[in-house]
Design a protein around this ligand. Structure first.
Ligand code: AMP
Ligand code: ZN
Length: 457
């Protein structure tokens, strides 16, 4: 059975085949870098990483693009309120560009600590303003845009099937109590370009044919996705919260601009929730990867926890479930160290594992296949080969022996040496802490220089 994936657009699981033979093009909506990523955001990127690995497991060459939203994402998805970036900058008394840099670096560090495969392209909204302006101009030329006193808006009433992705019932969305219409013609209309408020200079603003301002949030993704992947590519993904607004609007723009739905499959990861409520970056208190590593968990423990639930079901985060994941992963690591030798993977076990992954990335069932394999009466070398083969999809890092020091940790240790040589003790200490948190390695300063030693994994 070939790989089958759930397509939110068609609301069905169907066989996946790339639009162009052999190569798969996928786009994932990236972080809004006004703060650290929370573990809910990271769950979505983990689902996308497993998707990418599953595609590579099938033998496809994957081109993977992730954007960095560093302008235009307003506090409310309905194009109102402050720009999240400007709010973050004010909170920290720094420029928007500075906090974008800081949280982009932090995001990429989490990304690699979780053993996610780096995308082929990371693209930033602020570096693609010209592309966005060109798209808006074309959308306007085709009669889908209108002007209000605060921006250029997309007229959703021009499209019969607007909101099909979310099965929006447009007739049911009356302006009024819930949606303030303002000068918008329809409740679902959204901003393509927003003007800087009169008499005010925003930190981030650009000239445009319509006036000084900044792009709406949705246009960045359509513009960059098309630039790097073409007008119609294979898979577009994000968290499920993107279905009703962000992705519905990306599709609307693309249909107006290019006559395509942008992607062949639209895929969405469900939420990670904490006991209290939905986790959200904007309410200030949230768990990040560092909150877990500070308590002594390894990033891979969280990865295992996410694999233990199907990506299309919400997952409640509890410390007990993270403990259970860490214990299970510890046992797999024990196997990986004990089983030695070289052989081919066991075909029957691999068939069970693939069947699970190919059934819309059923990772809990795939983990069950791993445990079944571990109990089979097979030579250790065969078990080891099977485990490593499965781990190419699971990404738990089972091939790295605990004693092996990751290259990234060594690079950071060298940076710490330099900081020490420069007398920057604060930075040196910070790097020591980071190396311990991320890789469980302690630094010993010996007469021959710094040495790294793994104290936990
Ligand atoms: P943001 O940085 O807010 O733009 O979100 C980054 C990604 O995380 C998007 O794909 C969101 O859909 C996703 N996301 C947001 N909250 C959660 C959550 N609690 N669980 C899983 N994914 C989430
Ligand atoms: Zn997006």
């Amino acid at each position: 059975m070939p790989l089958h994936l759930y397509d939110t657009y068609r609301r069905e699981i169907r066989a996946f085949a790339p639009l162009e033979e052999g190569a798969v093009r996928m786009y994932a909506c990236g972080p809004t870098v006004y703060d650290y990523a929370h573990i809910g955001n990271l769950r979505t990127y983990l689902f996308e990483d497993v998707l990418r690995r599953a595609l590579e497991f099938c033998g496809y060459e994957v081109r993977h693009v992730i954007n960095i939203t560093d302008v235009g994402h307003l506090v409310s998805d309905a194009d109102e309120g402050e720009d999240k970036m400007e709010r973050g900058a004010r909170r920290e008394g720094e420029s928007a560009a500075k906090i974008a840099g800081r949280y982009t670096r932090a995001f990429k560090a989490d990304f690699s600590a979780l053993n996610m495969l780096a995308p082929h392209v990371w693209c930033r909204a602020t570096e693609h303003i010209a592309e966005q302006i060109a798209d808006i101009a074309e959308i306007e030329k085709r009669g889908y845009a209108y002007r209000t006193s605060d921006g250029i808006y997309f007229d959703t009433s021009r499209q019969e099937n607007y909101g099909y992705l979310a099965r929006l019932n447009r007739a049911g969305i009356a302006p009024g109590a819930r949606v303030a219409l303002g000068e918008k013609r329809n409740a679902t209309d959204f901003a393509l370009w927003k003007f800087s408020p009169p008499g005010e200079k925003r930190q981030m603003e650009w000239e445009s044919p319509w006036g000084t301002g900044f792009p709406g949030w949705h246009i960045e993704c359509s513009a960059m996705a098309v630039k790097y992947l073409g007008k119609k590519f294979d898979i577009h993904c994000g968290g499920k919260d993107h279905i009703p607004v962000h992705h519905a609007n990306e599709i609307a723009q693309s249909e107006a601009r290019h006559g395509t739905t942008l992607a062949n499959f639209w895929m969405h990861g469900y939420f990670l929730e904490t006991a209290a409520a939905k986790m959200s970056k904007s309410d200030g208190a949230f768990l990040r990867l560092e909150s877990l590593t500070d308590r002594g968990y390894a990033p891979a423990d969280f990865r295992y926890l996410c694999l233990s639930a199907h990506y299309r079901s919400d997952l409640k985060f509890t410390w007990e479930s993270l403990d259970a994941a860490a214990a299970a992963l510890g046992r797999l690591r024990g196997f990986a160290e004990k089983w030695q030798g070289e052989a081919a993977p066991d075909a029957a076990s691999e068939a069970a594992f693939s069947a699970a992954i190919f059934a819309d990335l059923n990772t809990p069932q795939a983990l069950a296949a791993v445990w079944d394999m571990s109990k089979r009466d097979l030579p250790d070398a065969v078990k080891k080969a099977s485990l490593l083969r499965f781990d190419s999809v699971l990404g738990l890092g089972l091939g790295e022996s605990a004693a092996e020091i990751p290259k990234k940790a060594l690079e950071l240790a060298a940076r710490r040496e330099k900081a020490r040589a420069d007398g920057d003790w604060e930075k040196a200490d910070r790097i020591r802490g980071e190396i311990l948190r991320k890789w469980g390695c302690e630094i010993e300063d010996t007469p021959d220089g710094a040495k790294l030693r793994v104290i936990r994994r």
